[in-house]
Ligand binder design. Structure first.
Ligand SMILES: Nc1ncnc2c1ncn2[C@@H]1O[C@H](COP(=O)(O)OP(=O)(O)OP(=O)(O)O)[C@@H](O)[C@H]1O
Ligand SMILES: [Mg+2]
Length: 335
């Protein structure tokens, strides 16, 4: 057990926050190379909600999923778990493993079932590994097999099951502890429907939604699929290790601009949507102003030096003179 004193207590989190990621950086160091996989990511997953994450290959989705699940340590930043009411990045592996059991369920990109075991035995093995006590294990596995609709196939070896059925086993396995936690728990899925046909994928998604509604479990789903993204309560876009957009509801992957909200990071940096930049001819410099409740970004073309010469300054006090103005706003001199 973890004593309350050993934890960095965060009383200030609202009760409905299940996981909070705060300004997380992850740098992988190999022999000669440093890869910045995450560069200041912040997000909050709320109780009973489904959050989807979309982004190109290599953008940091799997890295972030593993950091949320506490199996990869963030290089910098905090990861808050509601069950511990604490930042987990400073906790020992032993404490984390124990806390993870009743809080996190994983569905991995490659689902790793044992081929010689049948459906029921695979879930039972997951329950055993996850420390479900022997006296409740059988009953719980029965319940899970029923929940994911595999009763008829429970004695079939994993090798004889379809992709969708194997996914169901993976889902049941991820829930072996969460099923009894009454909502406080989260399932992390890395492209759960990636190699399924659309119809099977749809059935798996309906199952997620059903579990989400009946158990109150939260879901964090990495996906490339429109199907998944459109049923999420919120969708986060990630690009080059930064959160480049947030959508409050399910989204249309072909029209992200329609619902996107961009957020300042902890250093007041705003991610520019690449689709809009492309339309504008990929400018890299802007003049920014604020008028009538709107920020206005005017792309700048040409060399910076060229434009600096054109900027006018007051000869008396050195103040910059706005275009079209002939009186210095600072000292009142005529320019
Ligand atoms: N263990 C590691 N060591 C070094 N670099 C890594 C490691 N794991 C990931 N990376 C790098 O970090 C970046 C993010 O990788 P990640 O696996 O999180 O991407 P992803 O968004 O999940 O991609 P995909 O959609 O292809 O699964 C990539 O540049 C990757 O090469
Ligand atoms: Mg990945």
């Amino acid at each position: 057990m973890v004593s309350a004193e050993s934890l960095d207590f965060h009383g200030s989190y609202p009760d409905d926050v299940v996981v909070s990621v705060e300004n997380v950086y992850k740098i992988f160091k190999t022999h000669e190379l440093e890869v910045v996989a995450l560069s200041g990511v912040s997000l909050q997953i709320l109780e009973g909600k489904i959050m989807a994450m979309v982004g190109p290959s290599g953008s940091g989705k799997t890295t972030l999923t593993n950091i949320i699940g506490g199996i990869t340590k963030a290089t910098v930043g905090k990861v808050y778990w509601a069950n511990l009411r604490s930042d987990i990045t400073k906790l020992s592996e032993r404490v984390l493993t124990e806390a993870r059991r009743s809080f996190i369920g994983f569905i991995f990109q490659v689902n790793n079932l044992l081929p010689h075991l049948n459906a029921w035995q695979n879930v039972e093995l997951a329950a055993r590994i996850a420390g479900v006590p022997k006296k409740v294990r059988q009953e719980r596995v029965d319940r899970l097999i029923k929940l994911v609709g595999l009763e008829e196939r429970r004695r079939n070896k994993a090798t004889t099951l379809s992709g969708g059925e194997r996914s169901r086993i993976a889902i049941a396995s991820s829930l072996v502890n969460l099923i009894d936690t009454e909502g406080k728990g989260i399932v992390l899925c890395d492209e759960p429907t990636g190699d399924l046909d659309p119809e099977t994928a749809q059935r798996i998604l309906e199952l997620f939604k059903e579990l989400n509604e009946t158990l109150g479990t939260s879901f964090f789903i990495v996906t490339h699929s429109q199907q998944v993204a459109s049923m999420a309560d919120a969708t986060v876009e990630i690009r080059d290790g930064i959160v480049s957009g947030v959508h409050q509801l399910g989204i249309n992957l072909d029209d992200l601009g329609g619902t996107r909200i961009v957020k300042l990071d902890n250093n007041y940096r705003l991610p520019m949507p690449t689709d809009l930049l492309e339309i504008a001819g990929n400018p890299s410099e802007f003049i920014i102003s604020y008028e009538n409740d709107r920020f206005i970004l005017v792309p700048q073309v040409g060399e910076l030096a060229e434009r600096v010469v054109k900027l006018r300054t007051c000869r008396v006090c050195g103040q910059e003179i706005a275009q079209g103005k002939f009186i210095c706003a600072n000292c009142g001199s005529t320019v």
